[in-house]
Design a protein around this ligand. Structure first.
Ligand SMILES: NC(=O)c1ccc[n+]([C@@H]2O[C@H](COP(=O)([O-])OP(=O)(O)OC[C@H]3O[C@@H](n4cnc5c(N)ncnc54)[C@H](OP(=O)(O)O)[C@@H]3O)[C@@H](O)[C@H]2O)c1
Length: 273
């Protein structure tokens, strides 16, 4: 059947919490989509309808009609209740952003052969700066895949990766964004200890993170070769680097990614049947 590219693409978003709502807000600015927002919580639908003109809303996925694509944005615990409803829909293309649920589990539970794509975004979807991993079942037409990538890129940058890397991706980005924020907080606290008020210290740290990211992007060099340029002999930076090493900074961050990835695998084992 495929998507009729001459018509508006009807996209149903099931679950309008943090992530679903961010995706709806981003796509509502694009002419090519007609969005159906579905959430069991009426308040969330009212809030979105207040922001977006002519938004079609429903309290249950049972009400979805003629959706070209269904994007699943509920918590993993909600899936068991949702699968029988979703499997009755005519839609051929499903996108899931549910953490820890593999594509074969989605396909199996949706009951017939579908085209399934999986996204792993992070919370920066709220400001269209998410970093989103995408994988798919490989049976999409080229133009369908370009729509899937357009949906993912509406909330930020996109990496098409093998599903095997999804748990690790959660460690470095989906959850990893939290570690970046924690690091910002503790550097700012260091500033407080040395006499800079917290709000000012935090702004300075935020801009420093942005300048580090921009510099790395500009030079396309690995971080340590840039660090070497900053670290002069018997200077200030080497003292800080030594303190980081003594505190096990590098090892701690790698452990955080490993722990997240392990938890992501556990969720996969619990809910991804
Ligand atoms: N937040 C992140 O940073 C992040 C990053 C990557 C991936 N994810 C994934 O994205 C998914 C959504 O996360 P979130 O933070 O947006 O969750 P959320 O804020 O809890 O949103 C989920 C929404 O779905 C609604 N819902 C539950 N069951 C439903 C059903 N049967 N039909 C319609 N709506 C239903 C919930 O309503 P109630 O509140 O009334 O239950 C809630 O409004 C999760 O699977 C998560 O793993 C999240």
């Amino acid at each position: 059947m495929g998507i009729d590219m001459d018509d508006k693409i009807r996209l149903a978003v099931v679950g309008c919490g943090n992530m679903g709502a961010s995706i709806i807000r981003a796509l509502s600015k694009k002419e090519r989509y007609s969005i159906i927002a579905v959430d069991s919580d009426e308040k969330k639908l009212k809030m979105l309808s207040g922001e977006i003109e002519n938004l079609e809303t429903h309290l249950s996925a049972k009400e979805i009609e003629n959706a070209d694509i269904v994007l699943i944005a509920v918590k993993p615990q909600a899936l068991d209740e949702l699968y029988p409803i979703l499997s009755e829909l005519e839609s051929e293309i499903f996108i899931s952003i549910v953490a820890g649920i593999p594509m074969d589990s989605l396909s199996k539970n949706l009951g017939r052969i579908h085209k399934v794509a999986r996204f792993m975004p992070n919370l920066a979807a709220e400001c269209k700066k998410a970093v989103t991993a995408v994988c798919h079942t490989g049976n999409f037409l080229e133009e369908e895949l370009s729509v899937v990538m357009d949906i993912a890129s509406s909330i930020g940058s996109v990496y098409l990766i093998d599903e095997k890397m999804f748990n690790a991706f959660t460690g470095i980005s989906g959850s990893g964004i939290a570690y970046a924020l924690e690091t910002m907080h503790y550097i700012a606290l260091g500033g407080v200890k040395e006499g800079i008020p917290y709000p000012m210290a935090l702004n300075i740290v935020r801009d420093t993170f942005e300048s580090a990211a921009q510099l790395q992007r500009h030079l396309e060099s690995e971080p340590m070769s840039i660090v070497t340029r900053i670290t002069s002999a018997a200077g200030t930076t080497i003292e800080g680097i030594k303190a980081l090493e003594e505190g096990g900074f590098g090892n701690t961050l790698m452990n955080a990614v490993e722990a997240t990835s392990k938890r992501s695998k556990e969720i996969e084992e619990k809910y991804g049947r």
